[in-house]
Design a protein around this ligand. Structure first.
Ligand code: PGA
Length: 254
């Protein structure tokens, strides 16, 4: 499986001008880089999906940051899985901690979105991870277990190669704090074990397990390379193509 480097641009790049500048910098910085061992996925806000796809062509993949679980109908303000797919996306981030925190998304709802994504052929990047309080209460492993099991409930094993799981400790997102490599490795081993229990080893091994939360060119060694992750989910640093591609290059070369 190719390693994945995913950029979550969140609610940034406020104007078409900023967006065009981003494309320009990204093209300039990626021109001389060898990135054949990884797949890069950029996840811009919904309104830019088509522009990103037109610019990206075949050189990189595009993903949405969220979507609704229903396919069509009277759901004012929501975006359908089919719309995301038809905008040219291959991926969709689901259950990001900011969605859980500000929009009160629960595992059950995320599970419906996972099923809907698979139905239209989108690859869900499912975010799991503990909060600061859960960490202090030593509930990390239980939280991860519940999230993985509940978010993947009812998914068929034939779909496993489309599933991506991002371990993102909530306390590490947007903070510049990162867990030690050993803790990340422990989370990865646990996630793989849960997947083996649910889907059997051959299917479980097709799932890419990423790390996310304050990944940058200085932390990437500790949070991705050392624990042997299948890639990274990058927030802030994805807004600066120079920094993002430095991370991508390190993941490409390990
Ligand atoms: P960060 O965000 O890299 O800015 O910590 C990661 C994320 O939210 O996916």
């Amino acid at each position: 499986m190719k390693r994945l480097v995913v950029g979550n641009l969140k609610m940034n790049l406020l104007s078409p001008l900023e967006r065009e500048k981003y494309f320009e910098f990204f093209d300039k910085e990626s021109a001389n880089k060898e990135l054949d061992n990884i797949e890069i996925v950029l996840c811009p806000p919904f309104v830019y999906l088509e522009a990103f796809k037109n610019w990206a062509g075949k050189k990189l993949a595009v993903g949405a940051q969220n979507m609704f679980a229903e396919m069509k109908g009277s759901y004012t303000g929501e975006i359908s899985p089919a719309m995301v797919k038809n905008a040219g996306c291959d991926y969709v981030i689901l259950g990001h901690s900011e969605r859980r925190r500000y929009f009160l998304e629960k595992n059950e709802e995320i599970n419906l979105k996972v099923m809907a994504a698979l139905k239209v052929g989108l690859k869900p990047i499912i975010c799991v991870g503990e909060s600061q309080t859960e960490k202090e209460n030593q509930a990390t492993l239980q939280v991860i277990t519940d999230q993985v099991k509940e978010c993947l409930f009812g998914v068929s094993r034939t779909k496993m190669e489309k599933i991506v799981i991002a371990y993102e400790p909530i306390w590490a997102v947007g903070t510049d704090e990162v867990p030690p490599a050993n803790d990340i490795m422990e989370a990865k081993v646990l996630i793989r074990k849960i997947l083996v229990g649910m889907f059997g080893r051959p299917s479980a091994e097709k799932v890419a397990i990423l790390y996310g939360g304050s990944v940058n060119a200085r932390t990437v060694e500790q949070v991705c390379v050392e624990p042997g992750m299948d890639g990274a989910l990058v927030g802030r640093e994805s807004l600066t193509p120079y920094e993002f591609l430095k991370i991508a290059e390190i993941i490409n070369n390990y």
